[in-house]
Write a protein that binds this ligand. Sequence first.
Ligand code: CMC
Length: 392
Amino acid sequence: AGYITYDPGFVNTGATSSAITYIDGEQGILRYRGYPIEQLAQRSTFIEVSYLLIYGELPTKQQLEDFTSKISRHTLLHEDLKRFFDGFPRDAHPMPVLSSAVSALSTFYQDSLDPADTDNVELSTIRLLAKVPTIAAYAYKKSIGQPFLYPDNSLGLVENFLRMTFGLPAEPYEIDPAMAKALDLLFILHADHEQNCSTSTVRLVGSSEANLFASISAGIMALFGPLHGGANSAVLEMLERIKADGGDVDTFVNRVKNKEAGVRLMGFGHRVYKNYDPRAKIIKQTADEILSKIAGGDELLDIAKRLEERALSDDYFIERKLYPNVDFYTGLIYRAMGFPTQFFTVLFALGRLPGWIAHWREMMQDPATKIGRPRQIYTGEKERDYKPLSER
Ligand code: CMC
């Protein structure tokens, strides 16, 4: 008692034990429930990975069918919840819209919120996995003034999301299988990353026994920030700026090295990885495949590659072990798929959702869980006496 460890940003503080995700930052290793990310990326699907993260094992054929069909039966939004979207300004950023709507799920399912009731937690889990893609698609539709499409439950989760996002009521929507597969892959790569800022937020909020919807809504807002999930949008804005300035990566890198206020190489660096982010490796390959199909190549991809090469051979980045992270190439792929820049972080949230749920559930089941309540080092005034207004 009386002794407090001071660790801003929790750089060295383990706040929980967890059996979900393993990271070795020095070697660039990432595993979900023991399975290497490279194998999951190549052979699994997002829905299967969601099951794996939440329930701990890969599903059998029957389990996967049941899980998939349960999710597809919950994709509709309550009609009253749909009207929420009318209240936001047309140019509203989709992240707070998403967070607000997820928060509002607590009001639509008030009879099934008890965090200690495992049946309710199961139902909330399915509702979130099913409804968050619908909410995300509606946030997009609202921003461009197009009508909302009801989900088509004969489609898979990713296909359904693409159709609700890009489809129109008046014409059939042709799903591009390559695009659906690439998005599925990106969701797998984002699905969990142990105690990152948003996941820690979900745990901290949940540790007060706040319900799953409330906790995930808070996690979405933590992800919004440019140092976390918002980095994927920030990378694209950075590449656009470099392009507008004539494509000169040297000048930009020098500005970063001179630590000009607000200038960071977005999509580089990571609290845990001091090596190439294994997710970035897989994504770079995907970016190459997808973007090579675009006529004349992609100028921003070219800038990104030159920027990466330049940074990786520069002492500033070498000394600090700064490598590309998951966000460096994702924006380019999302852009090629037709998503607006503002929407990229929503796609990160869709991918991270099963990870957040898995962590919330793990925390609730862990007998060692206590309410999260960090301590502080007080640096304020010593005791002093109140002065009446006339004497101040
Ligand atoms: N550009 C330039 N310098 C950097 C960068 C960067 N992207 N990242 C770290 N540094 C420098 C930093 O200035 C510091 O230098 P010095 O020792 O001279 O003061 C040193 O490297 C250590 O950085 P830090 O800020 O103490 O590291 P951190 O662990 O607190 O921050 C980070 C990690 C991811 C917030 C940071 O690297 C960053 O801001 N990167 C850019 C934003 C980004 O790409 N975020 C996505 C992270 S991955 C996915 C996700 O979580 O969403």
